[in-house]
Design a protein around this ligand. Structure first.
Ligand SMILES: Cc1cc2nc3c(=O)[nH]c(=O)nc-3n(C[C@H](O)[C@H](O)[C@H](O)COP(=O)(O)OP(=O)(O)OC[C@H]3O[C@@H](n4cnc5c(N)ncnc54)[C@H](O)[C@@H]3O)c2cc1C
Length: 517
């Protein structure tokens, strides 16, 4: 059935969602299950946005999903992932140990998901640091108790029992917040200096995200220690495909290769979206009773003829700092399955690009995963951190873009061959995605797919509505800093709850929609 035939037949309130990333798909599924007639318009020829991977010469390069908050069965977030079909009982979740490894001259240093194992390992390695090791692990354990919740907004009617904070959860949250407050004030560099063991001190500095306080590291490790943060087998593409299937099975319409050009606003209300197909460039108007913007909120202004007014948007524009990276992916004709799944590589000669010098980088090794590399071969990926958007834009303008990528490739290949001599001469393909790649692919602001925060205390969500236009809602990674997949689904859930509240519709909650066995 064509989109126009469907609209004539269907009297249910029509919702147009701009963007078919994880957040747009989640909003579509929630809204469709609540009885709305949903159409998602996605500019790209496949859905998923930043949750994606791509093929090069027989290798598959993972460009999104590395670890997933809510992968642990039974957690509230897991219920949300199941509700939107991203996870089900058939999906194998991998929780490899150690989580990360670093080979220092003094020995191999690891962080395990299992905190007791980490504590035992670090104490054996550096008994002189026993006091700080115990405190570090105690912090992680407290963080592991931090509950995740699905809270319902005030005034919305939901099926089943309303989600509220239990007193037990509040106590655990307060305890975790106390630890966070204490450690968020300590810079990673200063904390590293407190360790006497030279390898351990270097390791603490080398773990990615050094601009974040030590509290954020404890929080990440706490989430892993609680059994969460696993890797769903197959990564991004099957994760998104399951969501697309769920959306279409619920009766939703997904228009791929279709860009939203303008949200039409009449008398202060969003009433339609003007879209253009990438293939025949035809412009059509999709009428809507409500519009959800699930593309990057930092670029939403371009979709409107009038300025968007809200204090929170002004604050977002003024304070948002982009998280982005250069993603280097290598296809190697060599079996590296004996190397750890995640390891920190040190560039003995710091890797230079843009105005940056990178000394340490986290490497993901897919040698044991046949979804990514043929048997006997290996995919390695690494993210070179930092906002280098302006550098790449300039390199593009002055014709140096390819040469700058080539320079990164040579430095990475040299450093890898120094550390893992057997790969010398075996690298068959090197793919480099810059912030310009992400901008072109998803139209993300400065090619960034998350928001930089230095302390978990800054992780406050923005509201999904604005002051001067009604029937308009926002969701996506930017709405819940720092972003990532959990904020993508949770912000979508909140946006649809506002939609339901405004439309006088009951929100169909996760309880009533568990997947069939
Ligand atoms: C290398 C990398 C590793 C990551 N690892 C993790 C991880 O391990 N765990 C984690 O939680 N997060 C991770 N993330 C972050 C995560 O991928 C993103 O935060 C998340 O995908 C954001 O989803 P979203 O739907 O909010 O936005 P997006 O993915 O940006 O989706 C927005 C969609 O809108 C579309 N769009 C934009 N403008 C228009 C328009 N005008 N018309 C139609 N469509 C439009 C885009 O094409 C896109 O599909 C990673 C990201 C990257 C890049």
């Amino acid at each position: 059935m064509s989109h126009s035939e469907k609209s004539e037949e269907n009297a249910r309130p029509k919702v147009i969602i701009i963007g078919g990333g994880v957040s747009g798909l989640s909003a579509g599924i929630y809204a469709q299950k609540c009885g709305f007639d949903v159409t998602i318009v996605e500019g790209h020829r496949i859905a998923g946005g930043n949750c994606t991977s791509w093929k090069r010469k027989g290798y598959q390069f993972e460009g999104g999903l590395h670890w997933l908050g809510g992968s642990k069965a039974g957690t509230p977030l897991n219920k949300a992932w199941r509700h939107v079909g991203a996870l089900d009982d058939s999906v194998v979740i991998h929780t490899d140990e150690p989580f990360v490894e670093y080979r220092h001259e003094t020995g191999t240093i690891c962080l395990f998901r299992d905190t007791a194992k980490t504590e035992q390992h670090l104490l054996a390695l550096a008994p002189q640091d026993s006091k700080i090791i115990r405190l570090f692990c105690r912090g992680i354990k407290t963080m592991s108790l931090l509950p995740t919740t699905l809270t319902d907004i005030k005034g919305v009617k939901v099926t089943g029992k309303k989600e509220t904070e239990s007193p037990g959860n509040l106590i655990k949250t307060l305890r975790a917040l106390r630890v966070l407050l204490k450690y968020s004030k300590i810079a990673r560099e200063d904390y590293a200096k407190r360790f006497i063991h030279p390898g351990l001190s270097e390791f603490i500095r080398a773990i990615p995200g050094e601009q974040q306080g030590i509290g954020m590291l404890m929080m990440t490790m706490g989430s892993l220690a609680g059994g969460d943060g696993g890797f769903p087998e197959g990564g991004s593409v099957p994760f998104v495909q399951r969501m697309v299937r769920t959306f279409e099975d619920c009766g939703g319409t997904l228009l791929l290769s279709t860009r939203a050009l303008k949200v039409v606003v009449e008398q202060g209300r969003a009433v339609a979206v003007e879209v253009q197909g990438n293939v025949n460039a035809e412009t059509i108007l999709l009428k809507a009773d409500a519009v959800i913007v699930a593309s990057d909120t930092m670029k939403a202004e371009a979709l409107f003829s009038e300025p968007l007014k809200s204090a929170w948007l002004t604050k977002m524009r003024a304070t948002t700092s982009p998280t982005s990276a250069v993603l280097v992916s290598l296809g190697i004709n060599c079996d590296l399955s004996k190397q750890p799944k995640g390891f920190i590589m040190r560039f003995r000669q710091p890797l230079r690009y843009a105005d940056k010098q990178v000394e340490y980088v986290l490497v993901s090794n897919y040698a044991k995963d046949s979804h990514y590399a043929p048997v006997g071969k290996t995919v390695l990926t690494m993210q070179l951190p930092g906002d280098t958007y302006d550098f790449w834009a300039q390199a593009k303008a002055n014709g140096r873009y390819a040469a700058e990528k080539q320079s990164i490739q040579e430095q990475v290949e040299r450093a890898l061959a120094e550390q893992i001599p057997e790969i010398d001469g075996c690298i068959e393909v090197c793919d480099i995605a810059t912030p310009l790649t992400y901008e072109r692919y998803c139209d993300n602001w400065r090619g960034s797919w998350m928001t930089e925060i230095t302390s978990a205390l800054e992780a406050r969500p923005y509201p999904p509505t604005i002051d001067n236009i009604s029937a308009l809602y926002f969701c996506g990674h930017r709405i819940m800093p720092p972003g990532g997949y959990p904020p993508a689904v949770l912000s979508a859930r909140t946006a649809v709850q506002h939609l339901c509240k405004d439309a006088g519709t009951i929100f169909v909650s996760e309880e009533r929609h568990q997947p069939k066995d």
